[in-house]
Design a protein around this ligand. Structure first.
Ligand code: PSU
Ligand code: MN
Length: 304
């Protein structure tokens, strides 16, 4: 029985029972996506931003082998301090971390799974995983994309980082029937930049329009997720050249050092952050906050 494994924070459970808006948040971004202490500060700010919009935040992780939908400040701090020593948990990893009674930080895929178990429809984060550059050889394709194909949760993000092959990521999503919605944009945002040379599938300009499309999709049992791509606010965007240079160097180093599998994305994220002297971290934080606000607005519209 699911309840043998799953703990939903009372505030979150109550909101869900009363058709009040809830926004899911991931924990790999805390442990593996940003350095301490800014990871913890950000995670708490993101929760506060969701509350300011009138929705309830539910940060998701595995703590002591229990699936947690909604974390305390202590638990968020624990994951942030533990950093890379916490297991990064995607679909594959969930039963093993649970059976061992350990802690795990959930990726986009892992968070979507636990959000769906709890009945949460909207999830906000920074960037999704995708098809890596060179995937023609390595076959490194994030399990996030497969989860988006199957699990009924909308993921609000700032597109994907250029550590990935954005064109192949788009193709993969298209094959899997995952719509990419551009929020107030016709261009696929590339995380640190508002635009890329890639398009989106549907441009929608209001949270209400997005909520209507989500309702229609799931009412018709057209299972799977939706990517809601929300460009970074212009004042926090980064120069394309700075990011491109950092990404290329990080990618070259990851090949040299033979970094593969689940270690690849955290390695690239950390190197890009170091190489840009932390400027990218400020941008990263701002775009997550921006996505949290939009996620809350979509969740509200969905409940209305
Ligand atoms: N991209 C980011 N920041 C992140 C991640 C990706 O810009 O924190 C994290 C997310 O948790 C995402 C995971 O689900 O990395 C993808 O890892 P992989 O490529 O190993 O599937
Ligand atoms: Mn991978």
């Amino acid at each position: 029985m699911l309840s043998n494994y799953l703990d939903i924070l009372p505030e979150v459970a109550e909101a869900l029972a009363n058709n009040q808006p809830v926004v899911a948040l991931e924990s790999t971004i805390i442990s593996h996506g940003m350095p301490y202490p800014r990871n913890v500060e950000t995670a708490l700010q993101v929760e506060a931003a969701i509350r300011e919009q009138g929705a309830i935040p539910a940060t998701i992780a595995i703590i002591g082998g229990r699936l947690k939908v909604g974390l305390s400040e202590e638990q968020i701090t624990h994951l942030g301090k533990a950093g890379l020593s916490v297991t990064k948990v995607s679909r594959r990893d969930i039963p093993f971390v649970v059976a061992a009674g350990k802690d795990g930080a959930t990726t986009v895929a892992g968070t979507m799974i636990l959000a769906a178990m709890a009945g949460i429809k909207v999830f906000a984060t920074g960037g999704i995983g995708g098809v890596h550059r060179g995937a023609q050889e390595t076959m490194d394709i994030s399990a996030d994309l497969q989860e988006l194909a199957n699990t009924d949760v909308a993921v609000v993000c700032a597109g994907a980082k250029s550590i990935l092959d954005l064109a192949l990521t788009r193709e993969y999503l298209e094959t899997q029937g995952v719509p990419v919605v551009g929020y107030q944009t016709d261009s696929l945002p590339a995380f640190y930049t508002r635009e890329s040379e890639h398009g989106i599938d549907y441009r929608l300009d209001t949270p209400e329009q997005i909520a209507l499309a989500l309702k229609a999709k799931w009412a018709m049992d057209l299972h799977g997720g939706v990517v809601v791509a929300n460009p970074i606010p212009a004042e926090h965007a980064m120069p394309l050249e700075t990011i491109t240079n950092a990404v290329e160097q990080a990618l070259a180093e990851s090949v040299e050092q033979g970094i593969v599998g689940k270690a690849s994305t955290p390695f690239l994220l950390a190197r890009v952050c170091e190489l840009t002297g932390g400027n990218s971290l400020d941008s990263n934080i701002q775009l997550v906050l921006n996505n949290a606000r939009l996620g809350a607005q979509i969740a509200k519209a969905y409940c209305a």
